[in-house]
Structures are given as structure tokens and as C-alpha cells.
Design a protein around this ligand. Structure first.
Ligand SMILES: *Cc1c(COP(=O)(O)O)cnc(C)c1O
Length: 366
């Protein structure tokens, strides 16, 4: 049974849940990296291994989201992201497994090798992919699709918010907080003082903060913003926190009533760079350092930037004696064999540019 349900049996009865991944995810002690950057107690929570078909942070959310879709008898899920979205890929992979039709509405983004891989794997999983230049041009087609579906089936498709960051999706990371608590109790790591996590649509960081607190852990969550500030900011963070706690408490009122104030939300803004999915020098230096010292692959869009922030904060604040946990949100499963024979010409024309144009220069090292 998942740790959240073990603590709150009422939630087990009343919140739909489907097991998609492999939990608990491992804890790694990053002793070599820690020595290099001056952190004596540096650990990693390996959510890259959260699923056998595809890992990363979206799997925990989808266990609750797709279960909700099953309960609502949906046949089709519709979601949103940028062209290389790990969220849309994870949704395509696990929707396919659960026999949903998956439709992804995707926006243009800077080119990178992972964009190509993700698109091919989404296509392989049977997802219907649509490409739009910007949000404005996506709006009408999305509405038309929704109402067309309504006229045909008498209901809307099941909508999954960008990044899966609804309160229901965030519950996956509330559970992750309780999972960490169990691993601490089993002696796999000391209780962390600080937990570093990338901040995108915020479901991961928010859910984790709710979960860690509810589990009675003192850990301070440091969120490293890797998206435009209009998507990731304190106001939205606090709102999603409140809604997530309210959702859980509406189902089981014995869950603690928690509030956060402005000061408790620690968002690092200086590692974003120029734009979403635009890799940075610092981020890629961190990616290479972690690959060399620990053999773990981070990415340029999310985890590389978060690790760069961690390294910076450790160095500038001499956190040598603190227990620091890096929450790895990036998929670690190799699916290159699966997509080997997939021809990009099978994708809609709007996506061909990602295969025909160069990737951003800094990505060549990958
Ligand atoms: C989506 C994603 C994130 C951001 O998580 P949010 O819950 O959207 O904040 C972080 N890392 C990776 C690798 C992701 O794919």
C-alpha cells in the first residue's frame, strides 16, 4: 500500500489511485559530487526510475490523474505542453497502457535532442499530436476539439492540465513526502535540511511541501524556477498549496490543516536563463559534472538548472554540514531502442522542423 494511504485509510477508500510506477524510488548518496562541491551530506531521490516504461516526476501525478479519468469513465485524455514536454510523453505512455486515447496539444519551443526523442516515443504510443506556434493559435482549435467531442459523445474529453499540476496530480507528491519519511525511518538517509526541486507547473514542489510537512519532516523546500515567471510564482504556489490541502481535507478531515505564507516559499529565480528550454552554460556544466562524478543523467531544461542552483547555494552559504536532498525529476529510462524504427515523417508537418533544423548549439554536448 502507498505510504499516504497507510497513514490515512479514508483516503485509500475515497481517492482513485492506479499503480503505474515502481515505488519507493531509490535514494543515492552522492559522495563524489558532494566532495567536489563542498557538501558532506548530499543525497538524491531517484524519481528518474519511477516507471519502467518511462520515468520522471509525472508518473506519481498520473497515478492519481488517470485513476480519476478511469473513475469518470473517460475514453480520451487531452493534455497540453511544449513540443518536447516530458509530461505529454508520460501521459502518452501511460494513457496507452491504460487504453485511453491520448491527444496532446503542443506549443513551439527551442529545439533540442530530447524534443526529437520525446515526439517519436509519443507517436509510437499512439498519441495524436498537434503543433501550434503559440498559445493564441492553440485556443480555437482546442475549443473546437472539446465541443466536437461533446457533440459526438455527450461529454468532454478528460482534460489534464499542463504538467499534470492539478490538486489531484499534486497528491502524487504529497504521497512522495510520506515515502521519503519511511525511507528516513529505515535509515536510508538522515532527515534532510533542504530539498531542491525544479519548479515548472509547480505540482511537484507544492505536493512535496504538503507531504513533507504532513509527514512531520522539517525539510525546507527550495524550488528552482525553470519556466516563465507567469507560470511559476509565489502567488500560484500558495494557491495550489491551499487547494491541494483543501482537496485532501474534504475527503479526510483528519489530514492536518496547513497554511503557508509568503516567506515560506523559497523560489530561486536566477538559473532560468533566457527562456523555457533554453539551456544555460551553468545548467549544462552541472549536467556534465553529475554525469562525470555520479553517472546520473540530468537534463538541460529542468534538472540541470536546479542542480546549478543547488551548487551555487551550497558554495555561497557554506552548507557543508547540512543534509541536502536533490529530487531528480528527470526520466532515467532509455527508450532509444523503442523509437529506433520510428520515422519522423509520420508526425504532422508542424513537427518536422525539430528534426530538420539544428538543435541549440549548447545541446551538441549531450
Ligand atoms: C515537468 C518537469 C518538472 C517540473 O515539475 P512541475 O511539477 O511541473 O513543477 C521538473 N523536472 C522535469 C524533468 C519535468 O519533466
Amino acid at each position: 500500500m502507498i505510504p499516504l494511504f497507510a497513514q490515512y485509510p479514508l483516503l485509500k477508500e475515497r481517492i482513485p489511485y492506479v499503480s503505474l510506477g515502481e515505488f519507493p524510488t531509490p535514494i543515492a548518496h552522492l559522495s563524489k559530487l558532494g566532495r567536489e562541491i563542498g557538501a558532506d551530506h548530499l543525497y538524491l531521490k531517484h524519481d528518474g526510475l519511477s516507471g519502467s516504461l518511462y520515468g520522471g516526476n509525472k508518473i506519481r501525478k498520473l497515478e492519481f490523474i488517470l485513476a480519476d479519468a478511469i473513475q469518470k469513465k473517460a475514453k480520451q485524455v487531452l493534455t497540453f505542453g511544449f513540443a518536447g514536454s516530458n509530461h505529454c510523453l508520460a501521459t502518452a505512455v501511460y494513457a496507452h497502457k491504460m487504453k485511453f486515447k491520448c491527444i496532446s496539444m503542443l506549443l513551439a519551443q527551442p529545439n533540442a535532442q530530447y524534443v526529437r526523442r520525446n515526439l517519436l516515443y509519443s507517436h509510437f504510443c499512439g498519441a495524436e499530436l498537434h503543433h501550434y506556434k503559440n498559445e493564441r493559435t492553440m485556443y480555437m482549435p482546442a475549443l473546437i476539439r472539446l465541443f466536437g467531442h461533446f457533440l459526438k459523445h455527450g461529454k468532454f474529453p478528460y482534460i489534464i492540465l499542463p504538467g499534470g499540476s492539478s490538486p489531484i496530480g499534486a497528491v502524487g507528491y504529497v504521497n512522495a513526502g510520506f515515502e521519503l519519511k519511511e525511507q528516513i525511518s529505515r535509515g536510508l538517509l538522515p532527515e534532510p535540511d533542504q530539498v531542491f526541486v525544479p519548479l515548472g507547473t509547480m505540482g511537484t514542489a507544492v505536493g512535496l511541501m504538503v507531504g513533507l510537512r504532513a509527514a512531520g519532516l522539517k525539510a525546507h523546500v527550495v524550488s528552482v524556477r525553470v519556466v516563465d515567471e507567469k507560470f511559476g510564482n509565489k502567488e500560484k504556489f500558495i494557491k495550489l498549496f491551499r487547494k491541494t490541502v483543501e482537496l485532501i481535507r474534504s475527503i479526510d478531515s483528519s489530514f492536518p490543516h496547513m497554511k503557508i505564507v509568503d516567506d515560506e516559499v523559497d523560489i530561486m529565480h536566477n538559473f532560468f536563463g533566457e527562456q523555457y528550454a533554453g539551456f544555460t552554460e551553468q545548467g549544462m556544466t552541472a549536467v556534465n559534472l553529475v554525469a562525470k562524478s555520479e553517472g546520473i543523467k540530468l537534463d538541460g531544461t529542468y534538472t540541470g538548472k536546479a542542480m546549478a542552483a543547488l551548487i551555487d547555494r551550497v558554495r555561497n552559504n557554506s552548507l557543508r554540514n547540512e543534509v541536502i536532498l536533490f529530487w531528480n525529476t528527470y526520466n532515467a529510462r532509455d527508450f532509444s531502442g523503442t523509437i529506433k524504427g520510428v520515422d519522423y515523417h509520420l508526425l504532422p508537418g508542424g513537427f518536422h522542423r525539430y528534426f530538420e533544423e539544428d538543435v541549440q548549439p549548447i545541446d551538441k554536448l549531450h
